[in-house]
Design a protein around this ligand. Structure first.
Ligand code: SAH
Length: 340
């Protein structure tokens, strides 16, 4: 039995065609699930009884569970329990333009970034597509809001769970699904080069962010073990290729770690590396964790670093901080709850 929330409209449409039904039934089911938010098949009143019986036999609508919620005035952090008792997190941030949600893509993570709490639990398994979709459905219900943008920046490396993430993107972007505009969706990767190249052929106009965090291999090797496999020059080449194919500017994420990657010399190296590339740089204030020994760069120093990039014609944004009080950085809540 499959969970219905893991099915894209196209998969559902194939399912109906295979049983000799019209493909538009998929649209009707999507409308019930995502617009009317009905979760039992027998409430889908415009669908014939025999088809409903078949749906009930083939699909379930089981939900993951919210087991904890921490909130400040503009941040809501959720801990979810999956049916196999694994835990994942999602964070909602209220902006003046709407609410964005940061979803998890895996249970744990194998990328082993030195400054990241999520990776302290090695990857246990991929998240199924329905487990990603349900993070959003449950949050929308709990807060009684519609989410306006989605970032895949929670626990996990989305490109290490590529196929499920792609299905998730189709479902949340579908006009009959969660109808979140592609430009309001961002996938963030630590730099799995072959997947960046594959993603260049993905038809939806979603945003890609790449976690760089260091402008030279020696340092990036230490901070992000993935760099031992895909060196910075290969990563930059992939970003160029991605831009050539999609014409979409990539966001370069750079977490500011005190005395590690935040000097003027680091800024110079970054400028040289990114020269001529059509990218944005997003400077991320480090979210201090209880267990890891990195320190946050002072605001002053972040501004200086940013100004240097800007003076050298690189578009820079500094990420607004949310949820410091509730340990909203990826992996922090799970890690507090579950001893590893
Ligand atoms: N695996 C993906 C997505 C998850 S992490 C990736 O690496 O991009 C999302 C972003 O948060 C990444 O840029 C990651 O490096 C960063 N990050 C991890 N821990 C952090 C912390 N404690 N404070 C600030 N940013 C952090």
């Amino acid at each position: 039995m499959q969970n219905i929330y893991g099915y894209t409209k196209e998969m559902l449409s194939d399912y109906f065609v295979n049983m000799g039904e019209k493909s538009f039934k998929a649209t009707q089911v999507f409308e019930w699930l995502y617009q009317k938010r009905v979760s039992s098949f027998n409430e889908m009143t415009n669908i014939k009884k025999d088809v409903i019986e078949k749906l009930e036999k083939d699909f379930n609508t089981q939900m993951i569970k919210i087991v904890k919620k921490l909130e400040t005035n503009d941040t809501h952090k959720y801990l979810f329990e999956l049916s196999d008792k694994n835990y994942i997190e999602a964070v909602v941030m209220d902006h003046d333009y709407g609410s964005s949600v940061c979803v998890s893509s895996e249970v744990g993570c194998n990328m082993g970034c030195a400054f990241c709490e999520s990776g302290r639990l090695k990857k246990q398994r991929n998240l199924e597509t329905y487990e990603m979709v349900e993070q959003i459905l449950l949050i929308e219900k709990d807060l009684n809001i519609r989410i306006s943008s989605v970032v895949i920046m929670g626990i996990g490396e989305p490109f290490d769970n590529y196929d499920n993430v792609i299905k998730f993107l189709y479902i949340i972007n579908d006009a009959k699904g969660l109808a979140i505009g592609s430009r309001h969706i961002t996938v963030s990767t630590c730099g799995l080069v072959p997947k960046i190249l594959e993603f260049a052929n993905f038809p939806l106009q979603v945003n890609l962010a790449v976690s760089l965090h260091a402008a030279y291999d020696d340092l990036r090797d230490k901070l992000m073990p993935v760099n031992k496999v895909y060196k910075i020059n290969e990563l930059i080449a992939a970003i160029k290729e991605y831009y050539k194919k999609t014409n979409r500017r990539v966001t370069i994420e750079y977490v500011m770690l005190d005395s590690v990657n935040d000097s003027l010399d680091d800024a110079k190296k970054l400028v040289n590396l990114l020269k001529g590339l059509n990218v944005y740089v997003n400077l991320i204030p480090y979210n201090k964790t209880n267990t890891l020994n990195f320190k946050k760069t002072s605001k002053d120093r972040v501004l200086k670093f940013g100004k240097y990039l800007q003076d050298n014609n690189i578009t820079v944004t500094i990420r607004k901080e949310f949820g410091k009080e509730i340990q909203a950085a990826c992996g922090q809540l799970r890690s507090k709850e579950v001893r590893i």
